[in-house]
Ligand binder design. Structure first.
Ligand code: HEM
Length: 399
């Protein structure tokens, strides 16, 4: 048999194998009663996300609508594309049947989605998400079952009113700094709103996460050739290279023959570890010598002791820190990851909507002016925030 025939036979056997799995999954899915969508490849995997994105436009143009819609679902950001296109909801949810081992349920109903997300015990995270979240160590966002409950019990109290007040103060300062730049240096108009808001989100996280306040600046700090990245630069590269790090080992990405953008992600991976361990050591030393807790997530993670009814207490080692170094690094990373894109995109979307519908800007400004006159200290978190009902409504509407 010549080589072409061997390849053709292998391809045919593989296709038949995929078709049989697809059929088996279709039969399983039909018994659920959900509306079904059948698709020949597994969607939503990191590989699909990376390879499918550039072809989305072409697929939408040349393929049947139902195929293109399922393809669209597998490409990151479908919820934003749907909103922009003002797409009507189809059904509360449907199952996507592919040859993979799992059937994926897509939910378009906000209430059902909220119910699922709040019942983490019953709806466990899939393996790919866990892998992404646990890249730097086991974390709250990447754990399931008992491990999740334990971390949740210890971490939830850390996001308290003290931290919220710091977020408020930092947000005000960052917003003023960005606004001054736009009015003074850019003459009142800018095309850098989204980038600027991303910096605000990142700088706030760096303050409350690591106790590293950074002034808002239009410039982005970059390490020169041969220089070590600072911690925040490393973190930014990691957040941007999230999917690539799941697909390729960091050791491969940092090879000298790789394109610079990939090399930076590989370098950032190792430098993030180095910086985290150094910071953690400093935090522990400072805690030992001063005994006082800084108002940061890092400090809370480093100092919390597990005094619940779990093995740490049973061992009789009451003062043992609740988190290992790996867990602290993992949680710091996911904390930044979970808090960065989400808040930055939410703010950017709200600002874009306000720009498109200026009558709502007037409505918001009216509230801000009124509240500022009513309170004795317009910068006070306790006095101002509870009165900002219209701002809250705007954020609810955006989300
Ligand atoms: C508008 C902003 C935000 C949105 C829309 C948002 C959305 C979400 C959603 C939908 C989940 C559930 C994911 C799942 O269970 O699979 C989640 C979980 C999480 N978010 Fe956010 N988030 C936002 C801001 C933040 C911020 C600012 C932080 C931290 C500073 C954060 C930290 C987390 C963490 C740690 C989890 C995992 C919780 C757990 O597993 O129990 N998020 N977020």
């Amino acid at each position: 048999m010549d080589l072409t025939k061997i390849f053709a036979s292998a391809a045919l056997i593989y296709l038949l194998y995929l078709a049989s799995r697809l059929y088996r999954n279709y039969v399983r899915a039909r018994s659920t009663g959900f509306k079904l969508r059948v698709f020949p490849f597994e969607i939503g995997t990191p590989l699909f996300s990376v390879t499918a994105t550039p072809f989305l436009g072409l697929v939408k143009r040349f393929f049947p609508q139902s195929f293109a819609r399922t393809y669209d679902l597998g490409v990151y950001g479908v919820e934003f594309r749907d909103r922009v296109a003002k797409r009507e909801r189809e059904t509360p949810g449907y199952l996507v049947v592919t040859p993979s081992n799992t059937l994926e349920l897509f939910v378009e109903d906000g209430e059902i989605a909220t119910a699922i997300l709040t019942r983490r015990r019953e709806f466990e995270q899939d393996e790919v998400s866990r892998k992404i979240m646990n890249q730097f160590g086991p974390s709250l966002a990447g754990s399931v079952g008992e491990g999740w409950s334990r971390q949740r019990r210890l971490i939830a109290p850390m996001l308290n009113e003290r931290i919220m007040e710091t977020v408020w103060t930092e947000s005000q300062q960052q917003a003023h700094q960005m606004m001054s730049h736009i009015t003074d240096a850019e003459g009142g108009t800018t095309s850098g709103t989204v980038t600027g808001l991303r910096k605000i989100a990142f700088n706030i996280l760096s303050t409350i996460g690591y106790g590293m306040p950074t002034k808002w600046s239009a410039e982005t700090k970059k390490a020169g050739k041969g220089e070590k990245m600072d911690f925040m630069e490393a973190l930014l590269h990691l957040v941007d290279g999230l999917i690539l790090l799941v697909l390729f080992p960091p050791r491969l990405l940092k090879q000298s023959w790789m394109p610079i953008s990939l090399r930076q992600i590989g370098d950032a991976y190792y430098q993030f570890y180095e910086h985290s361990s150094e910071m953690l050591q400093k935090e522990r030393d400072a805690l030992k010598s001063s005994g006082t807790l800084r108002n940061t997530f890092l400090s809370s993670l480093a100092s919390v002791n597990d005094n619940g009814a779990d093995p740490y207490e049973k061992d009789g080692r009451l003062n043992r820190p609740a988190f290992t170094e790996d867990q602290i690094t993992g949680n710091l990373y996911t904390f930044t990851l979970a808090g960065y894109d989400t808040t930055a995109n939410t703010m950017a979307y709200a600002v874009a909507m306000l720009a498109a519908y200026p009558e709502w800007q007037d409505w918001i400004i009216e509230e801000i002016d009124r509240v500022h006159k009513e309170v004795s200290d317009p910068k006070s978190y306790q006095q101002v925030l509870p009165k900002m009902e219209r701002c809250l409504a705007l954020m609810f509407e955006t989300l």
